[in-house]
Design a protein around this ligand. Structure first.
Ligand code: LLP
Length: 434
C-alpha cells in the first residue's frame, strides 16, 4: 500500500515522487509544466473491476459506460474500446472525439438537458446508440429529426428518483428540483414516458437515473435502483410496456485525501445488484439490462498534475502562498467546490513539512487557489509541486483563462511515458482569431 492517496505513487532513492514507476521530477523536466500525468494501467485496472463486477452480478449484457465528461480526448476512448466499455457523451464535441478515435458510437449514450437540433442530428447521423431524453421538447425534436433522417432512434428517459445523496450541492443531480430529468413525484416522469410510447420515430428501451457524484455510501444507489424498479413495475401495470434497459448513472466516490474512505466498487455493485434483484422479484418485473456510467472513479486516481513553483510569498502574521505555473485554468475544482487534494513537493518528499501555506495559481483572480492552509516543506522557485488525484474533471474542465494554454497529458503505460495530448501552444491560442 502506498503512503500516498494515489496507489501508484511512491518515493525513489532521490527522495522524488514517482508515479507508475516514473520519476515525476524527470517528467516535469522532460515535458514541461503544468503537466497532467496519467497511469494507463490504473485506468485499465478500474475498467476491468467495473466490467467484471457488472457482468458477474447483472449478467453478460450489463455494460459500464465511461462518463467521458470526466476526461475526454481520443486516447481515452481507445482505451475504453479496448477494455470493452461503452461511453456517454454530452455534446457533439465528445461524440466527434470518440468517432475520431475509432470508437463504436453505437455503444454510446447521449446525455444533456439541452441538446440542440444540430447535436441531435449529428448524433443520429453518427449512429449514437441511445439518447437519454431529458425533456418533452427534446423528445419532440428527436422525433422530428429522426423522421427527417428516416430512422427510429432508441431512447432512454432520464428519471429523477428524488434521492439526495448528501453530497456537495453543486454535484447532486437526483433531487426533485434538479435541472435534469423528469421527477416521478411530480408526475412528469409518467407524462414523458406515455408520450414517448406514443412517439413514432423513437423506440423507448428503458430509463436512466443519476443521483449525484462523489458518493461514498451504497444506500443512496440502492434506494434509487429500488425506486426505478418500482417505476418500471408501475409503468408496466399502466401501459404494458416492459423496460428492458435501466441505466443507473455514475457517482461512486474517489479517495482524494486520506480522510476519505476507501470505496470498494465491486462490493458496492454486488450489494446494489442483490437488492435490485429482490426488488424486481417482489414487483414481478424481469431484471432489465443494467448500464452504469462511472466517470470519476475510472480516471481520477490515475492522474496527477505537476507544476513548477514560481514564488513563495510570506505575509508576516497573515498568510503564506506558494505560487505555481497553473491553477484554476487547468484545475477549477478548488475554486468551484473547495475540493480537497493531497499535495506534495515532488522533489522534497522526505523534507520536513512545517510550512503552512496556500497554493496560488497564476491567474489574475484572488480565488485562483488549489488549496488553503496545508502544510508542506518550505518550497523555493523551481521546485516541482504535485497535486494528486486530478485525473477526473480537471483536463475536461480546463479553460484558456488569461490565454493560458492547456497542459499536455502524458500517459504512462507499463513504465513508459508517452504524450497522449500535446500542450497547447501560443499559436493554438490564436488559431480561431480572425
Ligand atoms: N452520468 C451522468 C448523467 C452524469 O451527469 C455524471 C456526472 C456521470 C454519469 C458521472 O459521474 P461520476 O461517476 O463521475 O461521479 N465537475 C464535477 C463533477 C460533475 C459530475 C457531473 N455528472 C466535479 O469536478 O466534481
Amino acid at each position: 500500500m502506498s503512503e500516498f492517496v494515489m496507489e501508484s505513487c511512491k518515493v525513489n532513492e532521490d527522495g522524488h515522487l514517482t508515479v507508475a514507476g516514473v520519476d515525476t521530477v524527470s517528467l516535469a523536466k522532460e515535458y514541461g509544466t503544468p503537466l497532467m500525468v496519467m497511469d494507463e494501467n490504473k485506468i485499465r485496472q478500474v475498467c476491468r473491476i467495473y466490467k467484471k463486477a457488472m457482468i458477474e452480478n447483472f449478467g453478460e449484457n450489463a455494460l459500464p459506460l465511461f462518463a467521458s465528461k470526466a476526461l475526454s480526448f481520443k486516447g481515452i476512448y481507445r482505451i475504453m474500446a479496448e477494455e470493452g466499455l461503452g461511453s456517454d457523451a454530452v455534446s457533439s464535441g465528445e461524440i466527434y472525439t470518440a468517432k475520431e478515435a475509432g470508437f463504436d458510437v453505437s455503444r454510446m449514450v447521449f446525455h444533456g438537458n439541452n441538446k440542440t437540433d444540430e447535436d441531435i442530428r449529428f448524433a443520429m447521423e453518427s449512429g449514437v446508440g441511445r439518447f437519454v431524453v431529458d425533456n418533452i421538447e427534446e423528445l419532440e425534436a428527436i422525433n422530428r429529426i429522426a423522421g427527417q433522417i428516416g430512422i427510429k432512434q432508441k431512447i432512454q428517459i432520464r428519471i429523477t428518483p428524488g434521492i439526495d445523496p448528501h453530497t456537495h450541492k453543486a454535484i447532486s443531480t437526483g433531487k426533485i428540483d434538479s435541472k435534469f430529468g423528469n421527477a416521478i413525484a411530480t408526475g412528469q416522469a409518467e407524462e414523458i414516458t406515455l408520450k414517448a410510447l406514443d412517439t413514432p420515430n423513437v423506440e423507448l428501451t428503458g430509463f436512466h437515473c443519476h443521483i449525484g457524484s462523489q458518493i461514498f455510501e451504497t444506500e443512496p444507489f440502492i434506494s434509487a435502483a429500488e425506486i426505478m424498479i418500482e417505476y418500471i413495475a408501475d409503468i408496466k401495470k399502466k401501459t404494458g410496456f416492459s423496460a428492458f434497459e435501466l441505466n443507473l448513472g455514475g457517482g461512486f466516490g474517489v479517495r482524494y485525501v486520506k480522510e476519505h474512505p476507501y470505496f470498494d466498487y465491486s462490493a458496492a455493485i454486488k450489494t446494489i445488484a442483490d437488492k435490485m434483484k429482490n426488488s424486481a422479484k417482489q414487483h414481478g418485473v424481469k431484471m432489465p439490462v443494467i448500464m452504469m456510467e462511472p466517470g470519476r472513479s475510472i480516471v481520477a486516481s490515475a492522474g496527477l498534475t505537476l507544476y513548477t513553483v514560481g514564488s513563495v510569498k510570506q505575509i508576516p502574521d497573515f498568510k503564506n502562498y506558494i505560487s505555481v505555473d497553473g491553477g484554476m485554468a487547468d484545475n477549477p475544482r478548488y475554486a468551484l467546490y473547495q475540493s480537497q487534494y493531497e499535495i506534495k513537493i515532488a522533489n522534497k518528499i522526505n523534507a520536513k513539512s512545517d510550512f503552512v501555506c496556500s497554493i496560488a495559481g497564476r491567474c489574475c483572480e484572488s480565488g485562483d487557489l488549489l488549496a488553503e492552509n496545508i502544510t508542506l516543506p518550505k518550497a523555493e522557485r523551481g521546485d516541482i509541486l504535485a497535486v494528486l488525484v486530478t485525473g477526473a474533471y480537471n483536463y475536461s474542465m480546463a479553460s484558456n483563462y488569461n490565454r493560458l494554454g492547456r497542459p499536455a497529458i502524458v500517459m504512462i503505460k507499463d513504465g513508459k511515458p508517452y504524450i497522449a495530448v500535446r500542450r497547447e501552444t501560443l499559436k493554438d491560442l490564436v488559431a480561431y482569431d480572425m
